[in-house]
Write a protein that binds this ligand. Sequence first.
Ligand code: ATP
Length: 219
Amino acid sequence: MGKDVCLLGGTFDPVHHGHLIIARSIAEQCNFEKVLLIPAASPPHKAPARASAEHRLAMLRLAIEGESLFDICDIELTRQGPSYTLDTLTVLRKRYVDQIGLHWVIGADMLEGLPRWRRASEVVRLARITVALRPPWQDRLEEIFAGVEKELGEAVVSGLRQSTVRTPLIDISSTTIRQRVGEGKSIRYLVPEPVRQYIERHGLYRQADRNAAPSHRHP
Ligand code: ATP
C-alpha cells in the first residue's frame, strides 16, 4: 500500500509564503511525504491570472528549489479549458493505485464556495478535502460549515471537520502581493527571495491590478 498524496491546487499568481507554510504544516501534522503543487491554467470562477502560466510555473520552481517535500504537477496547465478540480482528480485517481488516498488542500476562504464547485459531491468522493485555517475566515468556520451542510449534507461536513488542520494563521495573499508591487511597495519576506527577484527581473505585476479585490474563491 502506497503513501497518501497531498495536493495543493491554486493560481499561484504568485506563490507566497502562505502557500508554503500551510502545506508544510499539513504535511507534518498528517504525515504526508509529498505535497504536489498544482497550478491552474484558467481558474473557472476567479479572475484570470495576471502572470502567464510560464511565469507562475517558473516562480513555483524557484520557491521549492532544494525542498524535497514539494513537487509540481502541471496537469492543469497542459489541459485546455477551465481548470476544474473534478477533472484533475479524475486523472490523478487513475494515475495512483486505488489504495492511495488523495487529499486536496483548500484554505478556509474556499470552503464556503465548495458546494458550487463543478459536481462537488463527486469531488468530495474522489479526494478528502483538507481545510487549512486562513485569517479571517477561521473565525467563521462554524457558520461556513453550517452553510456547506445544507447543500452537501451532514456526512460531508463531518468529514470536513475531521480534516480541518490547525495550520498557522498567515495573512498573506497573492492579491496583496500584486497590489503591493503595483504600488511600488516591497514584497520582501512575503514570498521566497528568489521569487521576489524573479518578479522584479521580469517586471511582473507592475501595472495596477484591475482585480484588486480578492476574487474569492472557487476552483
Ligand atoms: P488570490 O489572492 O489571487 O485569490 P491566493 O493567495 O488565495 O490568491 P491561490 O493560489 O488562489 O492564492 O490559493 C491556492 C490555495 O491556497 C487556496 O486553497 C487558498 O485558499 C490557499 N491559500 C492561499 N494562501 C493562503 C493562506 N495565507 N492561508 C491559508 N490558505 C491559503
